[in-house]
Design a protein around this ligand. Structure first.
Ligand code: ZN
Length: 367
């Protein structure tokens, strides 16, 4: 069989990313070959998440919805010519982050919706009201005449800027599983593989063996820095090794461009590097904030390809989570603790002059 070169068959025509960066690839519906598609959102930054579409005989399966109703509706409209012939009958949510399930309400009536039990449990902790509060806090802090508060407020508010969380109805997937299950979609067999806790508590991936294709969810961030909300890191690395052991040629990451096993190896190198560097800082008694800054500005970090990925400030969350692990502490965070971590992340972003998306940093650093 000739190798299919993926191409964007229904671009949205967006000239810039949601965060006003130059798009590294076209936003819209990509045909992957073998009746598989992906809705790609460049460049994979906050909420710029990808979805997948698996088309079988007369029915289709959607992998993930997007962070709000508008973006999810635009995606469904872009998929319409395909869905007319093969309507959606199943929805899989790869994990409990809002940018992968807050559009569920648009299709819940027509489909069987599935996620892992662990992701289902976590979904109730991720409600739109918390993001609305986060955006409002950003607006408030931005008015503060104190530069640090202003920077944080700007970063919070800008993160939410492209999205409309009002109108999102909490609609978690209804059916759950644990471990690994096979599903059938219009005569095609596909496997749901639970690999969490890693990025979140209940991460899963969707494997389509007949097309040697994997939809990896947020186990893979490409061109955008991975963030660990749950861990342990060993589980994440184990999930990456599992991918490397699969017969897979095409991989759709949760964020960033289409990739292959080289992309998987890059993410694995990121975690091995960060794990080692954070351990050294931990052993020498360095604080989380200082360690994150030290690691992300080190010559060693700069020598890797991932140092150019966007949102390098996520190092703050990653180091925090690793420190919890080193202490043998539960990584579960309260909402205020999470906001405090985001605050530190915003301040770190302001200390990195090349960090993208650039729009998340205030231009007037002297304010
Ligand atoms: Zn995501």
């Amino acid at each position: 069989m000739a190798k299919h070169v993926p191409s964007c068959i229904a671009p949205t025509g967006a000239r810039k990313t949601r965060f006003r960066e130059e798009p590294a690839y076209a936003e819209g519906l990509w045909e992957l070959g073998n009746s598989l598609y992906a809705w790609m959102v460049p460049n994979g930054s906050w909420g710029e998440s990808n979805s997948g579409l698996i088309v079988g005989d007369g029915q289709s399966l959607l992998i993930d919805t997007l962070w709000d109703i508008n973006h999810t509706q635009a995606m469904l409209d872009g998929m319409e010519p395909i869905l007319r012939k093969a309507p959606l009958s199943m929805l899989v949510n790869t994990h409990a982050d809002g940018d992968h399930f807050w559009g569920n309400q648009l299709i819940e009536d027509h489909v069987v919706s599935i996620t892992s039990q662990a992701a289902r449990d976590e979904m109730d902790h991720h409600k739109p009201s918390s993001m609305i509060a986060f955006a409002n806090l950003g607006k408030y802090l931005r008015q503060m005449p104190l530069s640090r508060m202003h920077h944080v407020g700007h970063w919070f508010e800008t993160l939410c800027m492209p999205y409309e969380f009002r109108g999102v109805k909490h609609t978690p997937a209804r059916e759950t599983f644990s471990g690994t299950v096979w599903k059938d979609i219009g005569g095609r067999r596909l496997q749901l593989i639970e690999v969490g806790p890693a990025h979140t508590k209940g991460d899963l991936m969707v494997y389509v063996p007949d097309a040697k294709t994997l939809f990896a969810g947020d186990i893979l961030f490409i061109g955008s820095t991975p963030v660990m909300w749950a861990g342990p890191v060993e589980n994440w690395i184990r999930a990456l090794d599992l991918i490397l052991g699969l017969e897979v040629e095409m991989i759709v990451p949760g964020h960033g461009p289409l990739t292959d096993k080289d992309g998987v190896r890059m993410v694995k190198t990121y975690w091995e590097f960060v794990n080692g560097a954070a351990r050294k800082c931990f052993d020498s008694g360095t604080s989380v904030a200082k360690a994150a800054h030290e690691i992300v500005t080190s010559a060693a970090f700069a020598s890797y390809g991932f140092s150019n990925w966007d949102s390098p400030e996520r190092m703050m969350t990653n180091v925090h989570l690793l420190y919890c692990q080193f202490r043998g502490k539960n990584s579960r965070m309260s909402v205020p603790a999470k906001i405090n971590l985001m605050r530190k992340q915003a301040l770190l972003a302001h200390q990195l002059p090349n960090a993208r998306p650039a729009v998340m940093r205030t231009r007037d650093a002297s304010l």
